[in-house]
Design a binder for this molecule. Structure first.
Ligand SMILES: Cc1ncc(COP(=O)(O)O)c(C=O)c1O
Length: 396
C-alpha cells in the first residue's frame, strides 16, 4: 500500500507538467511558523512559501476574514466598483508616497505592469523608448517581459528573443551611466536581490541609480516583491536606500498567501495611462483585497516594529554562529530576509536542517536563505538558530 505522500507524488508524476524540481516533502497543514507533513511531523518554516506566508500559516484573523469574504462576495471583475480595492490602494499609496495603485495577481504580473506603464509613459511623450536596464543577479519573474529583465541565462535563453534589456553589474556603479542612453525607458532594480543570493544594493550603487535616472530621464522601477512590505522592518527597502522609484512592484507578503500583486505609480506616470491600456479579470478582487487589508492592518498595528526586533535577534544569532562555524563566509540582508554564504555546503546545510525539522532555502547555488513569516517569535528564531548550529557542527 502506498503511503499518502507516495500517492500524492504519483498523481503529480502522472498528470502535472514537470517544471518544478520539488523537495520530497508533502505538507497538509500549517500553524503559525510551522508546517506539518502527512505524518504530522512539524517543520519550522523559515521559507514561508518564498516570502508569502507573511502572517504565518492558518492565521486565525486572516482565515476568519477570508471565510467571511467568501460568504459575502469573492469576485465581480474590474467592470464594477467594490468597497475594498480603493481601501488597499489608499493604504499602499500612504505607505509608499506613490499616489496611484494598480492591482494584479502575482509578482511577475506586477513587473509586466511596470514595464508596460514605463513604455506607455514614453509613448505618450512622443519619444518611444524600447530599452530597459536591469542588473546582473536580478530575478523579476517568469512571464516574457519580466523574464527579459531576469539575469539567469538558463531561465532566459530558451525563450529568446525577448525585450531589449542591458544588464549591468551591481558591483560597478560607474557602468550604469554608460549603459543608460536616451533610448532607455526604465532602470529596474531589486533593492535587495533575493533569488540572486540576498544582495542588498550598496549605497554607492543606489546613488548611481539616482544619478543615471536623472541624467538619462529613465524611470526607476523598484521591485519590492520580495524585500518590501515589512520584510526588512521598513515598509520598503528602496526608501531605506534613498531611492525614489517612479514605479514599484509588489506581491508575495501582500496577500499573506492569497494571490495578489500591485503596481504603485508616481502621478506623472499614472497621467500617461488611459482607460483600456492595461487590465485584468481578477486583479484586486474582493477576496485578495480582504486578505491584503488584514496584512496591512497587522503591519500598521506593530508588525513593522516586531520585524525590526525579530530581524535584529536573527542577525545577532547568525553572527554569533558565524564566529563558531567557518563555513559561513558572509551574512547578508536586512530584517527577516537573510542570506548566508556557505560556498561549499549550502546543499548540506539545507538538507541537514530539513532532516532536523527546519526549512531553509538554497538560492544562487551557495546561499542559504531565510525568509520566515513576519510573525515569527523569539523562541522560534532561537530554535532555528539552534538547529542551524547543530547542522553546521555536524558537517565534515
Ligand atoms: C524580486 C522578485 N520579483 C519578482 C518575482 C516574481 O514573483 P511571482 O513568482 O509572484 O510571479 C519574485 C519571485 O520570487 C521575486 O523574488
Amino acid at each position: 500500500m502506498a503511503t499518502q505522500a507516495e500517492a500524492i507524488k504519483a498523481v503529480e508524476a502522472e498528470h502535472l507538467l514537470q517544471v518544478f524540481r520539488r523537495i520530497p516533502l508533502v505538507f497538509t497543514r500549517g500553524q503559525g511558523s510551522y508546517l506539518f507533513d502527512t505524518d504530522d511531523r512539524p517543520y519550522l518554516d523559515f521559507v514561508s512559501g518564498l516570502g508569502v506566508a507573511s502572517l504565518g500559516h492558518a492565521n486565525a484573523e486572516l482565515a476568519a476574514a477570508v471565510a467571511d469574504q467568501a460568504r459575502t462576495l469573492i469576485h465581480t471583475s474590474n467592470l464594477y466598483f467594490h468597497p475594498l480595492q480603493g481601501e488597499v490602494g489608499r493604504r499602499l499609496t500612504a505607505l509608499s508616497g506613490l499616489p496611484r495603485a494598480f492591482f494584479c495577481n502575482s509578482g511577475t504580473e506586477a513587473i509586466e505592469g511596470c514595464l508596460k506603464f514605463a513604455r506607455r509613459f514614453w509613448y505618450t511623450r512622443g519619444e518611444p523608448r524600447p530599452r530597459v536596464v536591469a542588473l546582473e543577479r536580478s530575478f523579476h519573474g517568469r512571464t516574457l517581459g519580466a523574464l527579459s529583465t531576469t539575469w539567469e541565462p538558463a531561465y532566459r535563453v530558451p525563450f529568446e528573443p525577448l525585450l531589449d534589456v542591458t544588464f549591468v553589474s551591481p558591483n560597478e556603479p560607474s557602468a550604469l551611466s554608460a549603459a543608460c542612453g536616451p533610448d532607455v525607458a526604465a532602470i529596474i532594480v531589486e533593492p535587495i536581490q533575493g533569488e540572486g543570493g540576498v544582495w542588498p544594493l550598496t549605497a554607492a550603487f543606489a546613488e548611481a541609480v539616482t544619478a543615471a535616472c536623472e541624467a538619462s530621464g529613465a524611470l526607476l522601477i523598484a521591485d519590492e516583491i520580495q524585500c518590501g512590505l515589512g520584510r526588512t522592518g521598513a515598509p520598503f527597502h528602496s526608501a531605506t536606500l534613498g531611492l525614489r522609484p517612479d514605479l514599484m512592484a509588489l506581491g508575495k507578503a501582500l496577500g499573506a498567501g492569497v494571490p495578489i500583486g500591485a503596481v504603485l505609480l508616481r502621478q506623472r506616470v499614472a497621467d500617461a495611462v488611459s482607460p483600456g491600456d492595461h487590465g485584468g479579470t481578477y486583479g484586486g478582487n474582493l477576496l485578495a483585497c480582504r486578505a491584503a487589508l488584514v496584512f496591512l492592518e497587522a503591519m500598521a498595528q506593530g508588525g513593522l516594529e516586531r520585524v525590526q526586533q525579530a530581524g535584529a535577534r536573527l542577525e545577532t544569532g547568525l553572527r554569533e554562529l558565524a564566529t563558531h562555524h567557518a563555513q559561513i563566509r558572509d551574512i547578508r540582508g536586512a530584517g527577516l530576509m537573510r542570506g548566508l554564504e556557505v560556498p561549499d555546503a549550502a546543499v548540506q546545510v539545507v538538507e541537514g536542517a530539513m532532516s532536523r525539522g527546519l526549512l531553509l532555502n538554497r538560492t544562487a547555488g551557495t546561499v542559504v536563505r531565510m525568509l520566515p513569516p513576519l510573525t515569527v517569535s523569539d523562541q522560534e528564531i532561537d530554535e532555528a538558530l539552534r538547529i542551524l548550529g547543530e547542522t553546521l557542527a555536524s558537517l565534515p
